[in-house]
Structure formats: C-alpha cells, structure tokens
Design a protein around this ligand. Structure first.
Ligand code: AMP
Length: 416
C-alpha cells in the first residue's frame, strides 16, 4: 500500500525540486505534502545526473527518492520500447512494491513499467517485455534468465538502481549483480540504496560508480568500510602500558583516545604527557575556549593524541585521524559505532582499537551483535600482559610500568 507517512512542516516543498508538473499531480494525489529528508537530499543530485549512494532504511521514503527523478528524466525524451531504467531488488516483494509505488506516482505520465521476478510463470513477463517497457523492476535471477534468452535489450539503458544492496549481499546475490553489471551499457547513471554499508557493498560501489554523492539518513548502524577494527584483551591494570605501546607504534600519528569519565580523561592525558606524548584533552568540564584550543592543536598536528569523553566528541569532524582507541569499552554499541566513525572519514582508512578487560567482554558482545560480526582479537607478542603484584595504584590509572614498552612499530597477532 502506498500510504503517506506523517509529514513534517519543515523543509522545502515538492515544487522546489523542479519535477515535471504531471509528477507533482501524482504526488499530490498520494497525499505527500513535502519531500522526506532522503527525497530532499537525493532528488537534486539524481536530477543533475550524478551517481548517488543513499544510506537509508525502508520507511524513509527512499523509493520515491529514486523513482521520482527517474520518471522526470525519462519524461524528457520518448523511448523506443527498450528499458531505459532498471531497478534491481533482492526480493519479489520489494520488486513489486517499487513498481507499485512507481505506478502510483506515474499515473499521469505515459511511461510503462513492470516487475519481473522468479517463482511465477514466465509468459506474462515475456508478453510485457514484448510490448515494450520504459522501466523494469526485477530480482537478479529472473532478470538474468530474460537477458540470457535475449528477451531484454538494454541498449537504451540510462539509469540503474540497486535497491537494498546490503540485503542482496546477505542473500548471496553479489555474483549475479556482477554478471548483470557486465551486461549493461557502461554509459549510465548509477544509484545504490542500502540501509547499511558493509565493506563488500562499499567495494562494489567503488567498482561501478563514478564519483558518487553519498546521502545519509538516520544514524549509521555500521561503521564506514575503511575502518580496521580490533579488540585488544588486556587486564585493566595493564591498559595504560598497552596504550603507550600502541601510541608509539609506527603510523599512529593522530590518535583519538576515548575514556568513559572526564576525571579519567584528565588523568590519562597527564600520564601520557609524562611519557613524552603531546596530548590535548577534551571533556565537558573544560571551558569552551580550552576545548577549542585542544581541538585546534590536535587538528594542526601539534598534539599527537586527543583524549576525549563521548559527550565532548559528539559531532567532532576532524580529518586524518589515524587511530581511534577506546580505553574503556563504551556502554552502548551505538556509542561504539559513533566513536570509531571519527576515523576513516570521507572514504579514507583508519584503525579502531578497543582495550578490553575481562569484565568488559559482555559490552563487546553487544557491539558484535549490532555489527553482526566477530571482531578480531589481537595480542602483542612482546607485551607483558601479566599483572605481577596486586594492583594498589589508583583505579584505571595505576601507571606502574611492567615490562619495558618497546619503541617503534609492533607486530599484532590476530586470532579469532
Ligand atoms: P519507502 O521508504 O520508500 O518504503 O516509503 C515508506 C512510506 O512512505 C511509503 O508508504 C510511502 O508511501 C511513504 N512516503 C514516501 N514519500 C513520502 C512523502 N514525501 N510524504 C509522505 N509519505 C511518503
């Protein structure tokens, strides 16, 4: 069912998107008052001919976000009956739903579309193809059947949409997608929609899209693909020395270290300074000017380490952070995703390490559940993990050195 979701009073009106008047009539009939955020952000670059990656869940209005500009573009010229737009979806329900949505929005325009999916007789689909279609919404397997039988000709294809790409990955469709990509004309506009952006999908996008614009709606539930995550199991009293080792390793030029409390953030930064690091600290107890100064120093590379709490790090936008190190495991998996998203910004790569005392393991399990994967456990071969004497120092920051940390690089040993 194509029912409107509750509208907000904010944001631009549909009129401002310069869509064809007959599409505006369709939109009006459906009772849509304003574009949803994904529509407001995705429609202009799609109309401008850009490749677009849309990170959005179902329910955000993402279907109309690609259907409307596709219809608008196809209306500019008459077709010859060969498909000019192709939407590939992981399930028949989704393929049908997109086509239903498309038909509702295009009721005043002379464009033809059909959904093509497996598990039903071929004949009606063959008939529809013979009569000529402007837009096809299809699942990968049946689409390939039709292409291989010579019943679909994509010579006129202008726009390809991969919808719910992460689900296609989960359902094992990536090899089929690769085959389809090879069979399409290379000159075309590409749109990819996905609720999450697992590394395989990011790699696929990189492979077939040209300078895509990324549009992100809602909180990210998966970290950017370029982040290498690792768990460092370590008894709490040894965390400070392990952190020192990691910071001294080659390549750790700009590290954001998270602690849970403001108090400990200050303590940790003092200890790291004593150990020879240039450190800035950022937490809620610091004045605005102190925070600005800390950030500026870190941004300009005058300090190698920025120690921060979650609150202070909200919305931090710093390029070129090579490492995010969680001194404590964050309380919620969402905070973890947010923290590690501070590195590998703008498609770059970065490392995200989490120091985990045995007591914190359940928090790691919650993170792994959210990410739907096991994170590699890494131990440093030359590091002494042994807590030799009862730990009498101040909690967390008992900065007793046990075993001399080596300078320079380190070799991580990964085990699962
Ligand atoms: P989708 O995320 O594409 O599955 O859309 C979810 C629901 O939002 C569908 O029922 C659409 O009919 C509805 N919808 C899409 N765009 C709008 C809009 N601009 N205003 C109100 N509802 C909308």
């Amino acid at each position: 069912m194509i029912t409107p979701i509750s509208a907000t009073d904010e944001g631009p009106a549909f009129d401002s998107l310069n869509l064809h008047p007959d599409l505006l009539r369709g939109i009006h009939d459906l009772g849509y008052l304003r574009p949803t955020p994904i529509q407001a952000q995705a429609i202009p670059p799609i109309l401008a001919g850009r490749d677009v990656i849309g990170c959005a869940q179902t329910g955000t209005g993402k279907t109309a976000a690609f259907v409307l500009p596709i219809l608008h573009k196809l209306l500019q010229h008459r077709g010859r009956g060969h498909a000019r737009a192709l939407i590939v979806a992981p399930t028949r329900e989704l393929a049908l739903q997109s086509m239903e949505h498309l038909k509702a929005l295009s009721r005043y325009v002379p464009l033809k579309g059909a959904a093509i999916f497996g598990g039903v007789p071929m004949e009606p689909q063959i008939k529809a193809l013979r009569q000529g279609l402007d837009i096809i919404s299809a699942t990968p397997g049946r689409l390939l059947d039709h292409i291989y039988s010579g019943r679909i000709d994509f010579v006129d294809l202008q726009i390809l949409v991969l919808d719910e790409a992460d689900r296609m990955l989960d359902m094992g469709f990536l090899p089929d997608i690769q085959k389809i990509l090879r069979l399409l004309p290379s000159e075309r506009q590409n749109l990819l929609f996905s609720a999450t952006m697992p590394p395989e999908i990011a790699a696929l996008a990189h492979q077939f899209m040209h300078h895509p614009v990324t549009v992100q709606i809602g909180q990210r539930s998966t970290p950017p693909a370029g982040i290498h995550q690792a768990i460092y199991p370590v008894p709490r009293p040894r965390k400070i020395d392990l952190l020192t080792e990691l910071l001294r390793a080659e390549g750790t030029t700009s590290a954001l270290v998270f602690t849970r409390t403001k108090h400990f953030a200050s303590r940790l930064s003092e200890t790291l300074q004593q150990r020879g690091f240039k450190v800035s600290v950022l937490h809620g107890d610091r004045s605005q000017s102190q925070r600005m100064r800390a950030l500026e120093q870190f941004r300009r590379g005058r300090s190698q380490v920025l120690v921060a709490t979650d609150i202070a790090a909200r919305g931090l936008d710093i390029d070129d952070i090579t490492h995010v190190i969680n001194y404590d495991v964050p309380h919620t998996p969402e905070d973890y995703v947010h923290r590690i998203g501070r590195t590998a910004r703008a498609e770059a790569t970065g490392d995200a390490f989490t120091l985990v005392d045995r007591e914190e393991e359940p928090l790691v399990q919650a993170i792994e559940k959210l990410l739907n994967k096991t994170l590699p456990r890494v131990t440093l071969p030359a590091f002494d993990y042994h807590v030799s004497t009862p730990h009498h120092g101040p909690r967390d920051g008992g900065h007793r050195r046990q075993g001399r940390p080596r300078r320079g690089g380190f070799q991580g040993r990964r085990n699962r």
